[in-house]
Design a protein around this ligand. Structure first.
Ligand SMILES: *C/C=C(C)/C=C/C=C(C)/C=C/C1=C(C)CCCC1(C)C
Length: 251
């Protein structure tokens, strides 16, 4: 199995009929590309202080788009999980999702330690998850449990901890609603991934999920979390831009 993919095969990857996993890789690559164009174009239309948030949304789907092109050709050639590309993508995009939280909460007093704490725990989650999926696959359940500690730390921060308190400090209903929705992505959206992980042979759900489910579940998770998360940011930025245009017009 070769982890290197040549340039031509990136765009010429073949899809066999009945290859449902391959199907989700192809859809994923185009959905990420289209979302990236959308977020970058919308970035030019929102107020200055929301441009950074839109830029980060576009970077998240843009980085994912490139990796999806790699992953789909890796899958097409090897019919095997592109685990390395997957985790390289996550280790770049998940911290950027933490940056989105930080950018939103900065106006309400978020300090950089909020960002670093979230980045630390999400990196913990991914590095340990990678080890459980590769080197220590036979003990994937234990590594999955350890990885989940990082997941719960991020979840706690957003739902009950310091991030939640900062959002509460703002008396801005538009921002609070967006923050709450992003919190649901962490609770329900991120919870999709451990289900895929448990489909690993010998994993906790391997009795009911086939090994190919892993990539399908991860691909669905990525579409929801990367594109959906970006759309929440876009809707927040667009609402705030419209709101400030309204107040300027009224003044
Ligand atoms: C865009 C990519 C995202 C949002 C990826 C998120 C990934 C996770 C939340 C992964 C979580 C895992 C566990 C909580 C335990 C098992 C191992 C992982 C890494 C699949």
């Amino acid at each position: 199995m070769n982890a290197l993919v040549n340039f031509e095969s990136l765009f010429m990857a073949q899809l066999q009929s009945g290859d449902y996993v391959g199907f989700t890789f192809f859809i994923g690559s185009m959905a990420m590309l289209a979302s990236t164009v959308f977020f970058f174009v919308q970035m030019t239309r929102v107020d200055g202080k929301w441009k950074d948030s839109m830029l980060v949304s576009g970077l998240i789907t843009g980085i994912a788009a490139v990796h999806y092109f790699y992953m789909r050709s890796f899958w097409a050639e090897n019919q095997a999980s592109p685990t390395e590309f997957r985790y390289i993508d996550w280790i770049l995009t998940v911290p950027l999702m933490c940056v989105e939280f930080y950018l939103i909460l900065k106006a309400f007093g978020a300090k950089q330690n909020l960002l670093w704490r979230m980045v630390f725990w999400s990196t913990w989650m991914l590095v340990i998850g990678y080890l459980g999926e590769t080197v220590f696959r036979d003990q994937s359940a234990i590594w999955g449990g350890l990885s989940s500690v990082g997941y719960f730390a991020v979840f706690y921060d957003v739902w009950f901890g310091p991030a939640k308190k900062l959002a509460g400090n703002s008396n801005d209903p538009i921002l609070q609603k967006a923050f709450k929705t992003l919190g649901w992505f962490i609770l329900a959206g991120w919870a999709i991934y451990p289900i895929g992980y448990m489909a690993i042979p010998g994993g906790l759900l391997s009795g009911i999920l086939s090994p190919e489910s892993l990539d399908i579940i991860y691909n669905i998770g990525d579409a929801i979390n990367k594109i959906g998360f970006g759309l929440v940011i876009y809707s927040l930025a667009a609402s705030k831009t419209a709101q400030s245009a309204g107040t300027t017009a009224a003044a």
